[in-house]
Design a protein around this ligand. Structure first.
Ligand code: NDP
Length: 283
């Protein structure tokens, strides 16, 4: 049976590091504060935002919550972001997605000061070695690193090309010298592509999309999907039971990638604050 790669121990180790860094920053008198903006009443978003606040409190990061009505205009959201961009006490800004349909999400994300963009979505196309990385993709890379498996030289197949998961994941694997194929809903014969993967990353949102016959023996399989099965239980995009004996490493759902996303948000928040403090206090 393949190694089940659990996220919690790796996330806990990252959070312990973040907590130590946060304490050091606060002792130096450096500002460290994450501002989270939630527009509307999407139930899942409220849960995610709640977890972010809880984790901030746990590791010693101040957090502020801006909960705006679903009718908020583009202009007033841009005004709020501008105010937060200029507020020296705020070192990280996060706009919870999805935004209501009348708001132009890309323009909103691009208006965040890049030094404070802890979700790092604005870095997508010109990512370089020392940029902050989008949280889910960055968390997955940490998980892969935690096993000692190298990405360089591997055939990596990413299924899904969203701006928040699939594309940044592909960019990060490319940066680590993987040979990357990106699949999507228009891909012809998905199984032929996924069978080439030494590292297979699936971010679609369809339960059991990936079956055992679509996976190469000994592959590293990362399942990002979050779906509900017939009994309402959380499950991924990968047929875990059928694939766990074929894969060399596999992440479960729940308990695999999930805990890594928030841990990486905390890593990014502390890193952004460190950089802003260093820029304001050159030695
Ligand atoms: P999106 O719906 O934005 O993107 C889904 C992607 O899957 C699209 O690129 C789409 O292709 C592709 N796709 C759809 N059907 C198929 C198919 N039959 N074959 C191949 N590709 C297909 O979703 P997200 O990227 O935001 O999220 C993906 C999943 O990951 C969801 O289940 C979400 O809940 C989960 N998630 C988990 C996180 C975590 O922390 N664990 C964080 C973020 C997301 P096309 O572009 O052509 O439409």
């Amino acid at each position: 049976m393949g190694v089940i790669v659990k996220g919690k121990p790796v996330a806990d180790a990252l959070l312990a590091r973040v907590q130590a860094d946060a304490r050091m920053l606060v002792e130096k008198g450096a500002p460290l504060c994450l501002a989270v903006i939630l527009v509307g009443d999407d139930a899942a978003s409220q849960i995610y935002v709640g977890k972010k606040h809880e984790t901030c409190a746990k590791v010693g990061i101040e957090s502020r919550m801006y909960h705006l009505p679903a009718t908020t205009s583009q202009e007033s959201l841009l005004d709020l972001i501008q105010t937060l961009n200029e507020d020296k006490k705020v070192t990280g800004i996060l706009v919870q997605l999805p935004l209501p349909a009348h708001i132009h999400a890309r323009q909103i994300l691009r208006s965040i000061d890049t030094h404070k963009d802890v979700d790092a979505f604005s870095m997508l196309l010109d990512m370089s070695g020392d940029d902050l990385v989008p949280c889910t993709a960055g968390g997955i890379l940490e998980l892969i690193h935690s096993t000692g498996v190298q990405v360089a030289g591997k055939n990596c197949v990413v299924v899904g090309r969203s701006n928040i998961v699939g594309k940044p994941m592909a960019m990060l694997l490319l940066q680590e010298n993987g040979t990357v194929t990106i699949c999507h809903s228009g891909t012809v014969d998905l199984g032929e592509k996924t069978k080439q993967a030494d590292i297979l990353i699936v971010a679609v949102g369809k339960k059991k999309l990936i079956t055992a016959d679509m996976v190469k023996d000994g592959a590293f399989v990362v399942d990002i999907g979050m779906n509900r099965d017939g009994e309402g239980k959380l499950c991924g995009d990968v047929d875990f039971e059928a694939i766990k004996d074929k894969a060399s490493y596999i992440t479960p759902v729940p308990g695999g990638v999930g805990p890594m996303t928030i841990a990486m948000l905390m890593v990014n928040t502390v890193e952004a604050a460190k950089r802003q403090f260093a820029a304001a206090h050159p030695e």
